[in-house]
Design a protein around this ligand. Sequence first.
Ligand code: SF4
Ligand code: SF4
Length: 86
Amino acid sequence: MTTAMTIPIRPQALTPTQVPVTVDADKCIAHKGCTVCVDVCPLDVLAIDLSKGTAYMKFDECWYCMPCEKDCPTGAVRVEIPYLLR
Ligand code: SF4
Ligand code: SF4
């Protein structure tokens, strides 16, 4: 008998307004080549939307470790920390 291997599926963040990390598109300078928030995220959950030229949360997972918000050169990233973690 063989046991089926289960591959964990990462939840895709389909609605950007409901994820914990949001990016102000007016402030984001990804279209100028910035990838700081993507580079510093230990979970690799942020990505650049090449069609819009802005960063966004691609996968709805977060450790609330904050470097994406702290290191963004334009202050475009906002991490909404859940009430129970504050
Ligand atoms: S660090 Fe800030 S400016 Fe740079 S890609 Fe991320 S959100 Fe945009
Ligand atoms: S708070 Fe940490 S885990 Fe969450 S998106 Fe930012 S860098 Fe990634």
